[in-house]
Design a protein around this ligand. Structure first.
Ligand SMILES: [Fe+2]
Length: 218
């Protein structure tokens, strides 16, 4: 995705600037630092977020609410053409949290509206038992509007995010280049379980392929 609608030129200018700058930083840490420094001004631009949210309500083409995403409360705002970063918006109802999960890239989480909590976990088992994972909760910063928190890829960034507040919250996330793994891990922390979560399109293909296999053996 490279061109946003003209009415959102201001947002396009920001993403263009990030695209230009981020390619000069080769390390993950420097990219996280750059985005963490850039994000607060955008997070506090509520006029711009109101435009984006109004577009969603009106069913405008941008952001495309029909685009298949891992989570149902997720809206893709931008994908850099070189896959150096993507920007996504999340809307959480009061008390709503994602499952505990990891990512295939680094991420910077920012609070736009109300409160966002990012709870981090450390994996403590040796990963030898399929489907089994033992996690320990390590910290849970609660972000106020304009504040950010970063997560690292894979086991270094196991977390859940959500809304500890009594009103709807809005979060903006920037993710880095994903590594080549087709799924993310999803954890049931209290049951010590881990399973693979595939992107919706791939999940549908896998289901159809499984159905075909059983039809052929019947
Ligand atoms: Fe996440």
């Amino acid at each position: 995705m490279s061109r946003l609608p003209e009415s959102l030129n201001e947002l396009q200018t920001i993403f263009d600037r990030w695209s230009e700058s981020i390619q000069h930083y080769k390390d993950m840490e420097k990219r996280i630092f750059y985005i963490g420094k850039e994000m607060p001004a955008l997070l506090l631009n509520h006029r711009l977020f109101k435009k984006i949210l109004t577009n969603i309500v009106k069913g405008q083409r941008y952001p495309d609410a029909r685009q298949a995403t891992m989570f149902t409360n997720e809206f893709i705002l931008f994908i850099n053409t070189k896959r150096l970063f993507s920007v996504r918006l999340y809307i959480y109802e009061p008390g709503q949290y994602t499952p505990v999960h990891d990512h295939n890239s680094w991420g910077v989480y920012g609070c736009v509206h109300n409160r966002i909590e990012v709870i981090r976990y450390r994996r403590e088992d040796d990963e030898t038992r399929p489907g089994y994972a033992r996690l320990r909760e390590i910290e849970g910063p609660v972000l106020q509007p304009g504040q950010t928190a970063s997560v690292l890829p894979l086991n270094d960034g196991i977390h859940k995010a959500g809304n500890p507040a009594g009103k709807t919250s809005v979060m903006l996330c920037v993710y880095g280049t994903p590594i080549r793994r087709l799924y993310v891990n999803q954890y049931e922390h209290l049951q010590n379980r881990v399973s693979r979560l595939y992107p919706p399109r791939l999940r549908k293909k896998m289901l159809a392929s499984q159905a075909l296999d059983t039809m052929e053996t019947n």
